[in-house]
Each structure stands twice: as structure tokens, then as C-alpha cells.
Design a protein around this ligand. Structure first.
Ligand SMILES: Cc1cc2nc3c(=O)[nH]c(=O)nc-3n(C[C@H](O)[C@H](O)[C@H](O)COP(=O)(O)O)c2cc1C
Length: 339
């Protein structure tokens, strides 16, 4: 029986990279009968290993780890745009008392080391976003007992996830907070919501499907399950939870009545993400499509802005239901969502 089908509650706590998915949050979601997910993105392999051990200390329940699949960036095509962007944000950086970050065009996310770490530490679930792992990697993980989840944002990506041998497909709708898991960032498929995706993909595969994007109430969960989802994956609903690692500035921005619009933007990282609109997005909407290079450039600025409490220059990742996020223990949120 799959890990997903054995959950007491059909709620996956979305992996949220950048410090939001703390081991405490992961364990709280799993202890409430859901599936907590660690986020390996941006982490060093050593940091990830320590977090994995920490979660195992905190809970005996199943949990998972999420990896960014590396996507090659075309340096020759993008270098001039990146230089131009770097020059444009120099003034913002000075105003924040910092400088644009150092850029590295290679695999800065340590994919190979993390693949091997997952194989060694064998968490019950490993999930991937931004692409599909090759079949031999999926095979290595399954041999050590991991259940493999792969994110898709459109039908061809769901087909690719099934073809690589994934056990579960995570269907991420356009309402989702944070980065879209699009496999080819230069492709522009028509964005679809999670119910639309479920409807189309359900008829193409028997694999269990997890629905993600804008799910913040028990009613949303019921509708996704009625449409064929084996579980839902929620991120935004947990952002303000007690155990979330969201910074004080991020929390204040999510609560601020002045911020009223949510958009899809690549202004912070070079990859499209769902975020609450602020000044940075308005001024840098044309950032080059160069992830993670743009992310590296803006990181010191976002960090400085967070330290100063400046909500206009941080990335306020959020799904369409951000107004419904609650400041409560994550276990209570999971129980309420499950109804
Ligand atoms: C702050 C934040 C960080 C995220 N980081 C990741 C990540 O590291 N890996 C991933 O697969 N998805 C990530 N996501 C997307 C979630 O997996 C999920 O698709 C999304 O949260 C669902 O939409 P919702 O936020 O409206 O619930 C992130 C989402 C948020 C809000």
C-alpha cells in the first residue's frame, strides 16, 4: 500500500523552500495524520541531512523530501539580459545597504549529492519539482523504499511524470503559491487551475493524483477529492502556522490590508511564481527568465529587506487563498482542512 493511501488525513504539507518548511512544521503535519514535506531546494546537502535526522527525531510518522530537478540555463542567450538586470538593481541594493549576489551558472543546488543522500537516508517519500528525474534515478529511490512524487502543471508534464516511473503525480494549478513547477520554463502552456488539471489528467492515468493550488478550506479539499484527487498539497494555508519558518516581515506582508493583489511573476528569481504584488514586482516584472541566476542576484536584497521589515522588496510567495491563512498550530490546520 502506498504511503499516500495510508495517511490518516489526505493532506500533504507542501515543501516550501527558503526556510519555511522547518522540521517542526514537517513533523506537525505528519503527526496530525498528513504528510509533512521537507524542502531541499537551496539547501546544502549537509543542511538537508541534518533536517532529515531532525524530522526523524521528532516523529515516527511518514514524511517526505522535495528536490529541485536542475534545468539547464542558456548562458549565451541570457548573459546580456542578466548583466543589464544586475546594473538595474544596483541602486535598489545600495538603498538596502547591500550588493547584488554572486552568480553561478552551474548546478548550484547539488542535485547529484541530494539524489545520493535520499538513496542513503531513504525517507518514505521523495518528490521532485521543475522537471522529471530520469528513470534510473527513480529506480534507485524506489529500490530503497521511497515513494516518488513528481509535480506537473499541464497534461504533457503529467504524461512525462508517468513515463519516468513516478508513483504519484502532483498537479499544481495556477492558483499555487511559490514557484510554478513548469518543466520547461521557456514554454508557456495555458495556465490551468487544479480542478481543470484533475479533470483532464484523471482520464489519462491510474496513478494517484495530488491536487495543489489555492486550497485553504475543508470545502476546497472535498471538491478536489470528489474530482479524483487522492490527497491535496497545501502550502499557503500553512505559511502563518506556529511551526512555519516564514520571517516576521513575510508574515506581516501576508496580513497587510494594503496588499490586495496576487500575481504570477519572475521578478525575484527568474522563474514564474505566485506572489502577492508589491513594489519590487511592479518595478522588475521584466527580469530575465534565468533561474536560479536572478534568484542569486536578488537574494542579498531580499534578505536585507526582510531584516528591515521592508515588505515592498521581499518575495511574498502566496497562493490565491492567502487571505485564509491562519496563525495556529499546523496540526489544527491539517485537522480542520480534512474536515
Ligand atoms: C513559500 C512557498 C515555497 C514553496 N517551495 C516549494 C518547493 O521548494 N518545492 C515545491 O515542489 N513546491 C514549492 N512550493 C509550491 C507548493 O508545493 C504547492 O504547489 C503550493 O504551495 C500549492 O498552492 P497553495 O500555496 O495555494 O497551497 C512552494 C510554495 C510556497 C508558498
Amino acid at each position: 500500500m502506498s504511503v499516500l493511501s495510508r495517511l490518516g488525513r489526505p493532506i500533504v504539507g507542501a515543501p516550501m523552500a527558503g526556510g519555511v518548511s522547518t522540521p517542526l512544521l514537517v513533523a506537525a503535519v505528519s503527526d496530525a495524520g498528513g504528510l509533512g514535506m521537507l524542502a531541499a531546494g537551496y539547501q546544502t546537502p549537509e543542511g538537508l541531512a541534518a533536517d532529515l535526522v531532525h524530522v526523524r527525531d521528532l516523529t515516527d510518522r511518514p514524511f517526505g523530501v522535495n528536490l529541485f530537478v536542475p534545468v539547464p540555463v542558456d548562458r549565451a542567450a541570457l548573459q546580456a539580459q542578466v548583466d543589464d538586470f544586475t546594473a538595474r538593481i544596483a541602486g535598489d541594493a545600495r538603498a538596502l545597504g547591500t550588493a547584488p549576489g554572486q552568480v553561478s551558472w552551474g548546478d548550484t543546488d547539488h542535485w547529484e549529492a541530494k539524489v545520493a543522500l535520499v538513496e542513503t537516508l531513504a525517507p518514505p517519500v521523495v518528490s521532485c519539482t521543475f522537471g522529471v528525474p530520469d528513470a534510473s534515478t527513480v529506480d534507485r529511490w524506489r529500490k530503497v523504499g521511497c515513494e516518488v512524487h513528481v509535480t506537473a502543471t499541464c497534461v504533457p508534464e503529467a504524461d512525462a511524470a508517468a513515463a519516468c516511473g513516478a508513483d504519484v503525480i502532483v498537479l499544481q494549478g495556477q492558483e499555487a503559491g511559490g514557484h510554478r513547477g513548469t518543466h520547461d520554463p521557456s514554454a508557456h502552456p495555458q495556465p490551468v487551475d487544479h480542478l481543470g488539471l484533475l479533470e483532464t489528467v484523471r482520464s489519462r492515468t491510474d496513478l494517484p493524483l495530488v491536487a495543489a493550488g489555492g486550497i485553504t478550506t475543508a470545502g476546497d479539499v472535498r471538491r478536489a477529492v470528489a474530482a479524483g484527487a487522492a490527497a491535496v498539497q497545501v502550502g499557503t494555508a500553512l505559511l502563518l502556522s506556529t511551526e512555519s519558518g516564514a520571517s516576521a516581515t513575510y508574515r506581516a506582508a501576508l496580513r497587510s490590508p494594503q496588499h490586495t493583489e496576487r500575481v504570477l511573476t519572475r521578478a525575484f528569481s527568474g522563474r514564474v511564481a505566485g506572489a502577492v504584488a508589491n513594489r519590487w514586482i511592479r518595478e522588475h516584472a521584466d527580469a530575465p527568465a534565468a533561474f536560479p541566476v536572478v534568484d542569486q542576484l536578488t537574494k542579498p536584497l531580499r534578505r536585507a529587506a526582510a531584516e528591515r521589515g521592508d515588505v515592498e522588496a521581499i518575495h511574498i510567495w502566496a497562493g490565491s487563498g492567502w487571505r485564509a491563512a491562519q496563525e495556529r498550530p499546523a496540526g489544527e490546520i491539517v485537522r480542520e482542512l480534512a474536515g
